[in-house]
Design a binder for this molecule. Structure first.
Ligand code: 4AD
Ligand code: MG
Length: 431
């Protein structure tokens, strides 16, 4: 019997196939029985008629419970009313393994329980839908950069120099060399690669020992970081808006069913096309103050400030030129206002907040060294990074997009912990 996957049934109409998968639900009238089956590529209803199938098949159907592993044989029929467009007129059923008392039933479970059973919860419709959208977004990210002649560069996860914030490092003993840190960013390394390859990006897991228990923070998350030689801050923002528009369009194109499963209002995503609005940090502070906030010029924007700024915006919003003191050492000083830097955050609409942090990099050797010292970092760890400003320095910019925050926004789910298969949070290391 031909083996088939549920998402390939269009090529098998009228033919007999065997599909292996897991039981989602069963229901029977006594004469006719329905099995909804899942194989990872989709969902399929198999219909068993008591009069038409051998008795042992009918009896085997009676033993099925949620998550029983089965191989179902039958004839593929077109069925416009079913979600995938096909149904199986079943002739055979083999029980491959019992489902046991599956802990995650269709009833409501608490968040704590679900995360303790994350390894099983992954099988539920909603989690499968989120995983499909995440995959499409990641594939879209690689395709976007490939189409624009970027070279993908893998940067190290074990590093000796601090990339972002000294207080948020995971450290580990590294042989005779003292401490190694888990990378907070691949940026410093892609800056070196940009001088070799022009347009580059890294894409990997990054680590922040942040004690934040918000819906936007994980201790391990995936970040894509493009870096482009001869792009200034303005070109950097144009790249970001084209990039975000591309991956939203990709999700809409390839994930119609998963987005429907997640009840995403896709009309909110159809409007994501360049250009995106821009506001300076100073204007953003004035706007927040006018709305009654007591925020002062010089403080970083918090999650609530970001939500307030972006809640009425249909498109993502660029906030530019933050004060030097609240941003990382590598950002280029703004010649028009040296209190600030040539950077931008990009805030997703619908209150999702920052999904991108980007900037033009300080390309002047002495200014960069001053900033490293001013931030209390040890310059000896940055000799190689400073070398980039000694040997053929160049205007360059880049940004980092957090995959989980982007998936949360595009799928419309409230918390980023469901956007990755096995989330890592301060209080979660299991499973
Ligand atoms: O703004 P961040 O810290 O920027 C950087 O790391 C730069 N080196 C990027 C660059 O210019 N190459 O982080 C970038 C993005 C944030 O906008 C957010 O989407 C995500 O990474 N992010 C987190 N996501 C989940 N949990 C956390 N704890 C995150 N911290 C940052
Ligand atoms: Mg940031």
């Amino acid at each position: 019997m031909a083996k088939a996957y549920i998402n390939e049934l269009q090529g098998h109409v009228g033919r007999d196939v065997t599909i292996s998968g897991w039981v989602v639900t069963t229901r029977s009238s006594g004469k006719i029985a329905f099995l909804v089956l899942r194989d990872g590529t989709g969902y399929l209803q198999a219909v068993f008629a008591k009069k038409e199938v051998p008795e042992e098949v009918w009896n085997a159907f009676g033993t099925l419970t949620q998550e029983t592993t089965v191989a179902v044989t039958g004839t593929v029929r077109e069925e416009p009313r079913s979600p995938g467009g096909y149904e199986l007129t079943a002739t055979g059923l083999e029980v491959l393994a019992p489902g046991g008392e599956f802990p995650i039933t269709p009833k409501e479970h608490g968040t704590q329980f679900l995360f303790e059973h994350r390894h099983l919860w992954l099988r539920s419709r909603r989690q499968v839908a989120i995983a499909k959208v995440r995959h499409a977004i990641i594939q879209g990210i690689h395709d976007f950069f490939d189409q624009r002649s970027f070279t993908h560069v893998d940067t190290p996860i074990l590093t000796g120099s601090i990339g972002e914030q000294a207080g948020e490092l995971f450290a580990t003993d590294y042989f005779d060399l003292g401490k190694a840190y888990l990378a907070q960013t691949g940026q410093l390394y892609v800056e070196a690669a940009a001088a070799a390859l022009g347009k580059v990006y890294c894409f990997g897991p990054t680590f922040r020992a942040e004690k934040s228990k918000t819906r936007r923070h994980l201790t391990e998350f995936w970040m894509v970081e493009p870096e482009v030689a001869f792009n200034d801050s303005d070109a950097n923002m144009r790249l970001q808006e084209e990039f975000l528009s591309f991956i939203v369009a990709r999700a809409l194109e390839r994930c119609r069913e998963p987005l429907k499963e997640l009840e995403r209002d896709t009309a909110r995503l159809e409007t994501i096309v360049p250009p995106f609005p821009r506001i300076t940090y100073s204007d953003a502070i004035a706007k927040l103050q006018a709305e009654g906030s007591d925020i002062k010029w010089g403080s970083d924007l918090g999650a609530d400030d970001e939500t307030a700024l972006s809640k009425d915006s249909e498109k993502p919003l660029f906030v530019m030129n933050y004060p030097k003191e609240v941003k990382a050492f590598y950002m280029k000083e703004n010649p028009a206002d040296p209190r600030t830097v040539l950077n931008n955050d990009c805030l997703a609409p619908e209150g999702y907040g920052e999904i991108i942090g980007g900037s033009q990099r300080e390309d002047d050797h002495d200014k960069l060294l001053q900033r490293i010292v001013a931030q209390g970092l040890d310059p000896s760890g940055y000799t190689w990074y400073l070398d980039l400003r000694k040997y053929g320095t160049f205007v360059h910019s880049g940004f980092g997009l957090g995959v989980e925050r982007t998936v949360a926004w595009i799928t419309g789910i409230p918390h980023i912990r469901e956007t990755i298969a096995f989330p890592r949070q301060i209080h979660r290391l299991y499973p």
